[in-house]
Design a binder for this molecule. Structure first.
Ligand SMILES: [Zn+2]
Length: 324
């Protein structure tokens, strides 16, 4: 069956993940181990296909562990092509002892306020062998978010694939100007609410939850996508409360733009996965612009990924503990 057939067939039955060594930890188990160890694994966004190889090489050279991921924005607004194109490139370089592949943000309503057929995209990704997937219905009401996430969880869980969902407003992807950050942070406006999170965890069926606790996405609009991100802070006590009431592994989006001490502290309070997009994308694009060669751009991604793992996340040499 072709990929298109699987995404449009009435049953939406995914072909299932590829079979690895049965002794190897699944991504679900890896994430639970990360929580036990107080580690937030980086998840690097593939905004351009040639970024795949240097990211995997950097993770391996650091003897670390990470996820690679692609969001709908990466294939529509940047150079990732499609979920199928990313999977093909990933397969050329895959190394399951160091990396896994995740489908990031498939929105129910996108950053331009358009409705998205998220179930078809996620069914296609499951058929391609993505090892975990995200549904982002956070622009919908709580009830509608629960319903959309439930539908994705029911589909993904038929093959044992874990589902990430989002609750609260992680701003930054929208086209318009951002409200002043300090005001947003001190008011807590848009933060994931503990009462809603507790209900969401009970009813949605999601396995991991992306929360809004002061973090923001990098800009993706034409006018702003090259700007440096402002330094975000995290409401750490709020995070602890969310971890407690949901009981779920929590995810932090907008990872590279956060104050480092807050990011590191968040790993001890339930954050198990930290998304990194803007910083490595900008490294690739800047080198490509200035040096005009793909090789130079890949070198820039390698160097930036090494420095993020070693100096920013401080996760060099964790692979053995994660897979133990
Ligand atoms: Zn995100």
């Amino acid at each position: 069956m072709s990929v298109d057939d699987s995404s449009t067939s009435a049953g939406l039955t995914p072909a299932g993940p590829p079979c690895y060594d049965k002794h190897m930890k699944s991504t679900r188990q890896v994430i639970l181990k990360a929580r036990e160890l107080g580690i937030g694994l980086p998840a690097f966004n593939i905004a351009h296909l040639p970024m795949t190889e240097p990211i995997i090489r950097a993770v391996r050279d650091q003897d670390s562990f990470a996820l690679l991921e692609v969001s709908r924005i990466d294939w529509l607004k940047f150079g990732a092509g499609s979920p199928a194109a990313v999977m093909t490139e990933y397969k050329r370089h895959e190394d399951p002892q160091h990396v896994r592949i995740h489908l990031d943000h498939v929105p129910a309503i996108d950053e331009d306020q358009r409705t998205v057929d998220y179930l078809a995209i996620i069914a296609e990704a499951l058929g391609l062998g993505y090892q975990s997937v995200m549904i982002d219905a956070s622009r919908l009401s709580l009830e509608e978010n629960i319903r959309a996430t439930r539908a994705v969880a029911d589909l993904a869980h038929t093959t044992g694939i874990p589902v990430e969902a989002e609750l609260g407003a992680v701003l930054g992807h929208e086209a318009g100007p951002m409200p002043p950050y300090d005001e947003l942070f001190s008011s807590g406006r848009g933060f994931t609410r503990p009462d809603e999170a507790a209900r969401f965890a009970r009813e949605s069926g999601c396995d991991w939850l992306s929360v809004a606790i002061g973090n923001i996405h990098g800009a993706v609009g034409e006018a702003t996508k090259n700007q440096k991100k402002l330094e975000a802070r995290l409401a750490l006590d709020h995070l602890s409360r969310l971890a407690e009431v949901t009981g779920l592994p929590l995810v932090l989006h907008g990872g590279s733009g956060i104050r480092q001490e807050d990011m590191l502290a968040s790993m001890k309070r339930g954050i198990v996965k930290v998304n990194v997009g803007t910083e490595i994308r900008q490294a690739y694009e800047l080198a490509l612009r200035e040096k005009g060669s793909q090789k130079a751009a890949q070198d820039a991604v390698y160097e930036r990924t090494v420095s993020l793992i070693r100096d920013w996340f401080k996760l060099t040499g964790i692979r053995e503990r994660i897979l133990a």
